[in-house]
Design a protein around this ligand. Sequence first.
Ligand code: AMP
Ligand code: ZN
Length: 453
Amino acid sequence: MALILYNTLTRRKEPFVPLDSNSVRLYVCGPTVYDFAHIGNARPYVIFDVLNRLLRNMYPKVTYARNITDIDDKIIKAAKENGEEINELTKRTSHYFWEDMKALGNLPPDVEPHATAHVNEMISMISCLLEKGNAYVSDGHVLFSVKSFPYYGQLSRCNHEEMIAGARVDVAPYKKDPEDFVLWKPSETGIPGWESPWGVGRPGWHIECSAMSLKYLGETFDIHGGGQDLIFPHHENEMAQTQACFGPHTFARVWLHNGMLTVNGEKMSKSLGNFITMHELLKKMKGEIVRFVLLSSHYRQPLDWNDQVVQQSRQSLDRLYNAFRGRDLNVEEPVFEPIKAALEDDLNTPLAISVLHDIASRVHKAIHENEKNKWASILKASGIWLGLLQEDAENWFKGKTGIEESAILSLIEARNKARAHKDFAKADQVRQELLKAGVLLEDTPQGTIWRHN
Ligand code: AMP
Ligand code: ZN
């Protein structure tokens, strides 16, 4: 089967045909580093990590670029509020971001350009837009003239006047038209600024992604990703800028957008104040549990974060880890084909997860040890396609209880002795004691095993 992706640009599922099958190029909008990332922010990075892994398994070379927005008015405001230097804030927040990405099991992108290191590239692109008549200078600002670009609106396909009222678009006196957006703005003293033909200033957010994707992926590349909230205005504007410079068929060919993560049905966002940061969450649970939740529904659907999905994901992971715990694993086993097929069908991660469960059942049902080991190895090899199940199974169960493994094992032994002497009251007492510590015992034909409750 071939890879099929839902393209926001055409609103259809389409077979993916790279521009150059020897070099596939993917761009994902990265974080604006002014604060801790929340679980909603983590969703696109986990989804596009699965896409990156899949592409790497299909093509000899993949370039995955994900930027860091380290200049933005939100950053300037936050630094002022914290009484912190801007570069201290962006450095600190980027480090937290990388820690979160690692804990979530995301592979690092191939290039991670920082906006502040690419201001010259942004200035060149803005100059190009001015030369072509798609931009104008007004009151120290440079603005993109939306009316000058006939294809504007092709991605979001919306009534822009209505959207402008609701989106991150400022109405300002220096704009000829309210839908025009900022490419460059002046910086007063005390605010970061770069020399430019229009005075000392700083770039607008949208031009950052156009300039950085151009530098690392070229005028035209394969896939661009981000959350659905970025379709308008951010992605519409990125596309308008690049296409106004290089022609209508340039920039990303396939656009992928993940659905929003909600809490009790409301979008998780910093402005609504209903967010849970990854940083806090990771103190309470393993990153792999968060990853599992994020992959448990299809990426284009909304996903509600609640205790129940967390609990289910924890239990699923316990079951899967249990299936290869203590098994003799052969690292050469290939991925199970149905996993690949599920991912190739527009990244159907919930289906892929149900296939993982199916493999675990095969481990349990197999009669011969060899067969059990084979399915256990296939489970581990398949998990890697989703960035799951890569921890050592013993470690997985160990880190999760408030009691040392050696203590658990000696209590299990005491319970077994009690059972052998038909002292069932004592055996039950040990079981309850372990349960209180969060350890659940399971008696199997191979003996007693334990897992986190
Ligand atoms: P930001 O740093 O706000 O630009 O967001 C970084 C990424 O997270 C973007 O791709 C956003 O679309 C995405 N994002 C923000 N909030 C959510 C949410 N609640 N659910 C899913 N994705 C989100
Ligand atoms: Zn972007």
